[in-house]
Design a protein around this ligand. Structure first.
Ligand code: DC
Length: 223
């Protein structure tokens, strides 16, 4: 029997979080937000020693992460006892995550955490290498894509709601920097698995994107 895992990979700001939240709700499956582990590692490195260019020190931090997730009216995240739910979502935390994510020893240290997330009835795995490295036997692999300009426009509209000083040019520059780092690294670079269904969402509305994905999921679950 195929393992009950659906992987959702793709670049920053493409809407993976929305898709995964929707699927986890619809199917009643568990959700792995693998990016949060890299964000937590980045934050812990910044708080503990700031040695982003020291792979062994970063790997040690990843191996000894003291993390707790609490699910009460939304997921809350704690690092060494302190709540960091908001702190791991800043642009800086995203850049820090992308830096530590390029270190192979950090990726290896976080692999167990990710495998432990696999529980019945099934798992929706959100990330960059879910289909290529972490769950290569997943029954359904999705890879969402959209142009950098379109993703920047979406993120800018989101950020503008709470921060009127943000500019489209800065958001685009930050996304390009993250795309470059995530795709050009040697360890598990961002790319679709050979057996992934690739969806370019640039010209799709959210409703159309979810409807199309629901069809693929139904087809997989019925097979
Ligand atoms: O999905 P996110 O924005 O929360 O991810 C933050 C960073 O973590 C992203 O720039 C790349 C890295 N990441 C990764 O390398 N592999 C994953 N499976 C998930 C995230």
């Amino acid at each position: 029997m195929k393992s009950r895992v659906i992987t959702v990979d793709g670049p920053s700001g493409v809407g993976k979080g929305t898709v995964c939240g929707h699927l986890a709700n619809r199917l009643g499956w568990h959700l792995l937000d693998s990016g949060s582990l890299y964000r937590l590692t980045g934050l812990a490195v910044r708080q503990d020693h700031g040695e982003f260019n020291n792979p062994s020190a970063c790997a040690l931090t990843a191996r000894s992460l003291d993390v707790r997730f609490e699910n009460q009216s939304g997921l809350r995240v704690f690092l060494s006892g302190d709540e960091v739910t908001q702190a791991i979502r800043t642009e800086q935390a995203g850049q820090d995550a992308s830096v530590v994510a390029a270190i192979p020893e950090v990726r290896a240290a976080l692999l167990d955490w990710q495998h432990q997330a696999l529980r019945g009835p099934g798992l929706i795995a959100d990330g960059r290498d879910m289909g290529t490295v972490v769950f290569p036997d997943a029954g359904l692999k999705l890879y969402l894509d959209a142009s950098c300009e379109e993703r920047a426009r979406r993120r800018y509209n989101q950020l503008r709601e709470t921060d009127k000083t943000v500019t489209l040019a800065t958001v685009l520059k930050d996304l390009q920097a993250r795309d470059d780092r995530d795709s050009s690294r040697e360890a598990a670079p961002l790319k679709p698995a050979a057996d992934a269904r690739v969806l370019d969402t640039s010209a799709l509305t959210l409703v159309d994107m979810l409807a199309l994905i629901d069809d693929w999921v139904d087809e997989y679950l019925g097979s």
